[in-house]
Ligand binder design. Sequence first.
Ligand SMILES: [Cu+2]
Length: 149
Amino acid sequence: MKKQFFALAMSFALAASAAAQVTVREPWIRATVPAAQATGAFMELVSAQDTRLVEVSTPAAGIVEIHQMALQGDRMMMSAVDGIDLQAGKPVALASGGYHIMMMDLKRQMKAGETVPMTLVFQKKDKKRETVEVQVPVKPMSYVAPKHQ
Ligand SMILES: [Cu+2]
């Protein structure tokens, strides 16, 4: 399953650009209850060159933002950020309690077991853009992602 996903991600990346640089590892979306308007998507990003995640979109949500969770006083608050910098070779985790992709204005319930397409746009300092398409599995609300490193 994992191997299959990698092959898929690689072929999309190669199709987008011969010099595709960003690998998306173990992406997942948290399942929702029927009336929910929002949920989060999580993954690990690693780029061969310095770049920046600047935009995310998916047909499953009307609004997609890049969010960061941070302690403000004694409360965990989340806020939208312009992007996430990726340093060459340094994996960046989008995980509970940190960065995440915020999917809002959901078009439908996110059900565990289904797969949702998502487009990630990266931009380098020279303004060159790279688009990476990923198929993101929806995981149960109780899902806890495996820890890296
Ligand atoms: Cu958020």
